[in-house]
Design a protein around this ligand. Structure first.
Ligand code: ATP
Length: 249
């Protein structure tokens, strides 16, 4: 199996505040992984480090075998990252933004799968309006379409379901699942929506206080799903309680 993402001893600190304490992780082609964990556990920081938006304080990020620090162009070419919707340029239309982004991926036009995804997410009717006029959910949809543009083999999404209506959220989850199954895309998605995570993913990773504390592989998730008495939510609560026994008292 092709390893698309490899983190080795990844650390990050903001000035004196250490946030990530040596993360080791391998994500393979076709894996759809949810990164879960409490507020402030470091999920966004981790995703920013592996997208090159933050420089890790120590450790390595390898994307498709390319070291992000040494071969950033080769590494980033394999990565799709949905930017923060608040950072989208308000004066451009969605279509202009997609064209611009297609150019950075050396594509002369907006690819057909991106336009199809825009239809699926009910974003298409908004594409000729300025982004400044978009609702939060519509910005989120555009950010996702930009992240998925060109169908890169590794997708990294930070809370992509925030602000999406139920139909669009369902369509996105199915789309990501299909990419993983049919194209072998590796997806890493940070989320607080465990119900979302539980039904669609093939792996769950629990980050707590900047450390990966638990890794549920596909067969464990299948066992949780098969047992009506169990849920990923409950398993996560148990894992958190086991790490913080003093807090429980
Ligand atoms: N730019 C920054 N400067 C200083 N500290 C930061 C910065 N960004 C995040 N932090 C701190 O890093 C820690 C991890 O934050 P991060 O946003 O990565 O967590 P998170 O797991 O994504 O949280 P949430 O679930 O609330 O989105 C927090 O203590 C946060 O206050």
């Amino acid at each position: 199996m092709t390893v698309l993402l490899e983190l080795e001893g990844l650390q990050h600190r903001y000035d004196e505040h250490a946030v990530l304490h040596g993360i080791d992780l391998r994500l393979q082609a076709g894996e759809f992984a949810a990164l879960i964990g409490p507020n402030g556990s470091g999920k966004t920081t981790l995703l920013h480090c592996l997208a090159g938006l933050q420089r890790a304080s120590a450790g390595r990020v390898l994307i498709g075998g390319h070291d992000l620090a040494r071969e950033p162009l080769q590494a980033r070419r394999l990565l799709g990252f949905a930017v923060d919707p608040a950072r989208l340029p308000p004066l451009l239309t969605g279509r202009e933004c997609l064209r611009l982004f297609a150019g950075t991926r050396e594509l002369s036009e907006i690819p057909a799968p991106t336009l199809a995804l825009a239809e699926t997410l009910a974003l298409a009717p908004m594409l000729d309006r300025r982004i400044g006029q978009y609702s939060l959910g519509t910005r989120q949809k555009l950010a996702i379409a930009l992240g998925l543009l060109g169908e890169p083999p590794l997708l990294v999404l930070d809370e992509p379901l925030n602000g999406l209506d139920p139909l669009s959220a369902y369509a996105l989850k199915r789309h990501l699942q299909q990419l993983a199954h049919e194209r072998g895309t590796a997806v890493l998605l940070a989320t607080h929506s465990l119900d979302v995570a539980e039904r669609f993913i093939s792996r769950a990773l629990l980050l707590m206080d900047g450390r990966l504390r638990r890794d549920w592989p596909a067969d464990e998730l299948d066992a949780i799903r098969a047992d009506p008495q169990r849920s990923l939510e409950q398993s996560m609560v148990e894992a958190l309680a086991a790490e913080r026994p003093a807090d429980a008292n």
